[in-house]
Write a protein that binds this ligand. Sequence first.
Ligand code: B12
Ligand code: SF4
Length: 450
Amino acid sequence: MPDAVIPLGLLYVQASIPARHQSELWDLCFEAAPLDHLWARITAFSPDVVAIGMRNIQNNDYTGYHDNLSWYADILATVRSCTTSPTVLGGGGFSVMPAELMQHLRPDFGISGEGEAAFELLLEALERGDGDFSGVPNLHRVVTDGLGRERVHSNPAAVRFQDLDALPVPDRRLVDPRHFANYRIDSVQTKRGCSLKCDYCTYPTIEGRAVRRRDPARIVDEMFESLARQPEIRHVFVVDSVFNLPPSHAKEICRQLAARGWQVPWTAYANPLAFDRELADLMRQANCAGLEIGADSGVDAILDRMRKGFSLADVRKMDATCKAAGVKDCMTFILGTPGETLDDVRATLDFCTDLDPFAAIMMVWMDDYESLDAALAAERRVFREQIKELMRQKAEEFPRWLIPALGVNFDARLFGLLRAAGKAGPLWQYIDMVGKDRRSARLRRQAAAA
Ligand code: B12
Ligand code: SF4
């Protein structure tokens, strides 16, 4: 089970709801009986609209495939059991395949992509009550044609993306206090969109390809205000698809964080393209604890096929730059992407060992459509087993990789120990304390004694 994250997307949507409406935010992940809790809250609040954030379609934790669709179906059924008010699905998971999810889950409405303006327009249309939803961008509905056939009707996307600096800042007072008490991690978004074209990636589908940056001063203000309100925060995750592109924006944020004496460690996703020593040094000064770098493969031909736009030489250069500047680098690799052979998987494992990054996460390719396509799911399962066997044979070769599928350096007991020791944020940061590395002796002894 991954750690909870603050529902940042829903907070953005909620912050944009006009003040004439009342709204409440319920985070079910902290409830022992979430559906009973939902039923009680709906019955007490009696909402006119129930908006549901669908962040994750599947577990995506590379230990095996498990989708969340029946969980969302249960949520919708519970809502329907206590109110006739319309339901609206939205969020990162929903945006990956909105039409299929509308068919499968049958909410009254779905909104893909950015939700702020679209949700407000949907509320206006519902208030008008004339049944005209044509002005709501990216709205999806299951409609019935004259012959009684059902299909998903999808409105076109908005002509313009949101102006991020015009959006109200998410109100973290609405976050369930158990989040900050238990996980002590905050999330911040510095931009939306990624203009790169990696062929498997869903991020531009969710956020768009147009990169829209926020004003660095406003981002840093938001971080300090959040910390002042929740002093228990010990880590911040920058949720951008890629933090270091464009580098000028990343550098300016780091400069301002450093100038204002930001002390809380933070991590972000980064890309080997356009990463230089100046940025690495600025990150260090801004108290960056490390970067998760999508190296993806140890085979140039596969990087080309995935249209990554960088080569193994760029990955080596980024690793060297991080090491020189003292920024921890966690290289993430995806094994078994479509068209890959077991030899390619072996070459990626060998590349990682030779590169010797601070940490490496070895993930196995999963396809969101496995949740809807049984034949694809069966085929992928067989290949995943072969990859797992190969990783098992080579697991001892590199001390600081995390292999979730095998539980290598990915173990609930060690995670619990680190959390109990006050460690917040991504666990790879502490791999040198828990891995089979010489530096890890102390915590391993504690783990063995626990
Ligand atoms: C950063 C990130 C992480 C970080 C989060 C760190 C943190 N402290 O916040 C980490 C690494 C921890 C992480 C973990 C996971 N993640 Co993640 N993550 C992301 C990422 C890159 C950004 C998410 C984000 O916060 N965006 C910023 C907010 C503001 O945007 P948003 O949530 O999309 O919200 C907007 C719209 O979606 C919409 N919206 C949102 N909710 C709603 C609700 C309604 C009703 C409406 C109308 C609109 C709406 O409006 C919002 C504002 O415009 C996305 C990919 C992406 N580029 O979107 C993947 C993504 C969301 N993650 C994904 C997954 C699977 C996971 C994990 C399950 C993986 C795992 N096993 O560890 C966990 C789950 C964590 C959890 N507890 O839920 C998937 C989910 C879809 C899927 N394939 O199932 C995504 C889409 C990536 C992918 N693989 O395609 N993740
Ligand atoms: S750089 Fe990252 S976010 Fe952008 S398309 Fe490639 S994988 Fe996706």
